[in-house]
Ligand binder design. Structure first.
Ligand code: FES
Length: 491
């Protein structure tokens, strides 16, 4: 018999991006009932679905491979206590179903016996009674017949133990809690803009209300929840994980940049590395108890402790899901004192760098359009952050990247693009080079039109002004609505 699962779970089961399934829903290929998809429909559309295809068994097998070690085990499997609690609750649910089945069975057998007795009594040859007997016997034969196992149902049961499914209210966003992740970490890994502050149980900003399911505490906390809050089901998301396979939480999520507080954090330099002769990677780390909350695509101002002159805004190149480790791509620029210091070797491991921010509106808009990213030179920094965010959200049917370099060695992270494209079905990229940013933008526009023009896409464009202006003008001339073009001018 078909089971019903959410679109989010369905995508996990058949191993495709959620955006792809949503596209098929809009095209009428998948019918939803109360927002749920039947496993029967899924198997018709993805007949080859097997445990191996979803990557589930592969992942479990990998866990056994010692070379993957503790990190993989922690990433995919919850700890023993959480695993035991989820198994216990699943067994409890199974026992409930068995008990109900037993009662139904007893009831049906009693009804059948009573019916048989009525049919044997004088006048018991009433055709309506005979019809009822036939219907009951046919129904029992069908119910007791052995049916092939619904593979998606089995997979769903396995997923319920390995990872819990969390639904947020009122937004309806969903995410999975895997491994040792707390609710907050799992939500951020899924690209959601959850409310939080310290990340270590002392500020209370990550308070959520559990309205269905169970949670378990993962660490001691300093923030005192009132008795009233505890009675109402409030917990700290940074200090709890899911103990049941399904969980519903009430919480506030940021809607956009205006909901992210301004912060000032003294970070330390974790690494400085040349990515290309004219591009450096600056890796800063925040204190464990004071992380930077930001949205993918946003920028911060960096300043060195000893001089106000060494302050400048840079886009963050890393994902908000790792809010302790902030990456920046800094181009050689004699007019930028911080870049000059960096290229002269004046910034080293352990140095203090103050971060102010975040700022900027170049963030992903909540929709399910195919995404097209266009970057020039270090415009790749905010674009990389956005792509990582989009991959976490898993909501876009496809992601394309066009990257123009104005220098021969300007594609300083081509390996990253190759890795995404090899690992991810919905990701494609194209690299181009031209010394003039505006001319390069025109050529890029032609390539975008050749590849994607008939598709209703959302465009994210970042780079120096000549590049951004030229590409936005070309997109506008080609009829792309202004609301679908998001631009960030750098420099
Ligand atoms: S983020 Fe501060 S208590 Fe959870």
């Amino acid at each position: 018999m078909a089971q019903w699962v959410t679109v989010w779970r369905a995508a996990q089961l058949v191993g495709v991006p959620r955006g792809k399934l949503q596209q098929r829903v809009r095209a009428g290929e998948i019918e939803l009932a109360d927002g749920l998809v039947s496993t029967e429909t899924l198997l018709k559309l993805y007949p080859q679905t097997q445990l191996e295809e979803s990557g589930l068994l592969e992942r479990v097998t990998q866990i056994r491979d010692e070379s993957f070690g503790r990190r993989v085990r922690e990433r995919l499997l919850p700890n023993q206590e959480v695993l035991a609690q989820r198994l216990f609750r699943q067994t409890q649910a199974l026992a409930d179903v068995q008990r109900h089945l037993q009662r139904y069975h007893t009831l049906v057998i009693a009804l059948r016996d009573r019916l048989n007795r009525l049919l044997r009594e004088p006048g018991g040859d009433d055709p309506r009674l005979l019809d009822l007997q036939r219907q009951l016997n046919d129904g029992l034969a069908r119910a007791l017949a052995t049916e092939p196992v619904d593979v998606l149902d089995v997979m769903d049961d396995m997923l319920k133990v390995m990872s819990a499914q969390v639904t947020l209210r009122p937004s309806g966003h969903q995410f999975a809690v895997e491994g040792h992740d707390t609710l907050l970490q799992a939500g951020m890994r899924a690209g959601l803009k959850l409310n939080y502050g310290c990340g270590n149980g002392s500020c209370g900003m990550c308070k959520v209300r559990v309205t269905a399911g169970q949670v378990v505490r993962t660490m001691a906390t300093d923030y005192p929840l009132s008795e009233n809050e505890k009675t109402q089901g409030y917990v700290l998301a940074c200090a709890h994980t899911a103990a049941s396979s399904e969980l519903t939480l009430e919480t506030l999520e940021a809607r956009g940049p205006a909901d992210i507080p301004q912060q000032q954090i003294v970070t330390t330099v974790r690494a400085v590395r040349a990515l290309a002769p004219d591009t450096m990677l600056l890796h800063l780390q925040t204190p464990r108890s004071h992380r930077l909350r930001f949205l993918a695509g946003q920028s911060v101002t960096l300043g060195l402790a000893e001089g106000d002159g060494l302050r400048r805004s840079y886009p963050i190149a890393s994902c908000p899901c790792d809010d302790r480790n902030l990456q920046f791509f800094i181009a050689r620029d004699a007019t930028d004192p911080l870049a000059a210091r960096l290229f002269a070797g004046g910034l080293k491991h352990g140095d203090a760098v103050t971060v102010w921010g975040p700022s900027g509106e170049f963030v992903l808009v909540d929709d399910v359009h195919p995404l097209v990213f266009a970057a020039c030179d270090t415009g790749f920094a905010p674009v990389k952050s956005l792509i990582e965010h989009a991959l976490s959200l898993d909501a876009s049917p496809s992601i394309s990247l066009f990257w123009l370099a104005t220098r021969a060695d300007g594609h300083f992270m081509a390996n990253q693009c190759r890795a995404w494209s090899e690992a991810l079905d919905p990701f494609e990229y194209s690299l181009s080079t031209h010394a003039d940013a505006a001319t390069g933008a025109s050529q890029m526009s032609a390539a975008i039109r050749a590849d994607l023009f008939d598709i209703d896409c959302a465009f994210y464009v970042a780079g120096p002004a000549p590049f951004v202006d030229a590409l936005c003008a070309e997109l506008s001339a080609a009829g792309v609505p202004r609301s679908q073009v998001h631009a960030e001018v750098m420099g």
